[in-house]
Design a protein. Structure first.
Length: 339
């Protein structure tokens, strides 16, 4: 699409798209893997399919190997693709240059829409502009709330990481924390930096920031263990992803520390840890919803000209706190891998 026809250029008022989406039911879908597991997962939650022409949508994220958060995002995207008669092509790379190349591949394949994360926005700006020049609508999800409008993207679905961080800092005050350690597993990821910055803004105690290599779990564990041994005044470890929270629990034990662990994001293993008391609380940004809405948003735009927020406002999917008071309500969904 050219800029003159892009919804953010027209500044049309928001259009409510829920009714169009609700008229359809779920069905099986395709993905880049084409694997039996994906097909079975979609089939278990499906009963019908849109009769609109087949679309191809590329979902390109900055997922690092072993980061289970993105499995939940992908499940949501697959559910929407199943409902909407969409072929979903998923690809990911934590290296920003490589991720940009994956977007370029989707452009070359002439897909009907692209959903992309902007963990490192500067590296993605050029290729997103190329997608627009090629007439391919692009929506953002998860990372990039501060930049999606600058890049003239259609919509954004995710959490305001600064707001989430500020809420986290207030929660630390409520539980009486005095010295917290915020652990960033991917240096340079703007969303993760915004989380720690938000915590620091509202937390009344002392906050240290520790960068670790999230792709190397043994290294994460040893780094945190050493830090906790070095400074026994740390009473809370704040991680920015569920797998790292579980690693932090091990580090606390190895260090003989009395620190407690709280985190951003969920998975089913983390839900168990909240129940057991190993994790005090977590912030849920609803990754399933992010994947679902991003793919469904492209279908609605293609088939009915809808775009959530009128091209001006993001659709926020978080933050919400999960702790012992409400974890049982979420556990059944987490067991299915959708929360």
């Amino acid at each position: 699409m050219d800029r003159s026809s892009h919804p953010r250029s027209r500044r049309i008022a928001p259009v409510v798209a829920v009714a169009a989406a609700a008229a359809l039911t779920l069905a099986g879908c395709s993905s880049s893997s084409g694997g039996k597991k994906s097909e079975e997962g979609a089939a278990n939650a499906s009963a019908g399919k849109a009769t609109t022409p087949r679309m191809t949508v590329a979902l390109v994220t900055h997922q690092a190997p072993g980061d289970t958060f993105w499995d939940t995002v992908r499940k949501g995207a697959e559910a929407a693709a199943a409902k909407d008669n969409i072929k979903l092509v998923y690809s990911a790379d934590p290296n920003a240059g490589n991720q940009a190349n994956l977007v370029q591949t989707a452009i070359d394949q002439k897909v009907d829409g692209i959903a992309v994360t902007l963990a490192k926005p500067d590296a993605m700006k050029g290729v997103i502009g190329k997608a627009e020049q090629a007439g391919i609508p692009v929506v953002g999800l998860n990372s990039g709330l501060s930049d999606w409008k600058k890049f003239n993207m259609l919509e954004f679905f995710g959490q305001d990481e600064s707001v989430a961080g500020e809420a986290f800092g207030k929660k630390l005050n409520e539980v009486g924390a005095k010295h917290a350690l915020c652990v960033i597993q991917e240096q340079g990821n703007v969303g993760l930096t915004q989380r720690c910055d938000g915590v620091e803004k509202t937390f009344d105690g002392k906050l240290d920031v520790q960068n670790v290599n999230g792709a190397d779990k043994p290294s994460v564990k040893s780094t945190l263990t050493a830090k906790l041994k070095q400074d026994s005044s740390i009473d809370y470890v704040v991680t920015l992803g569920a797998p790292f929270a579980l690693t932090a629990v091990q580090s606390v034990g190895d260090a003989g520390s009395k620190a407690k662990v709280a985190t951003f994001d969920l998975n089913k293993e983390l839900i168990k840890a909240v129940k057991s008391g190993d994790i005090q609380f977590a912030v849920d940004q609803q990754p399933y919803l992010q994947g679902y809405l991003a793919v469904d948003g492209l279908w609605l735009y293609k088939n009915n000209g809808n775009y959530s927020g009128g091209g001006e406002q993001p659709v926020l999917t978080g933050p919400a706190f999960v702790d012992k008071s409400n974890v049982d309500k979420i556990a059944e969904f987490a067991a299915k891998g959708t929360r």
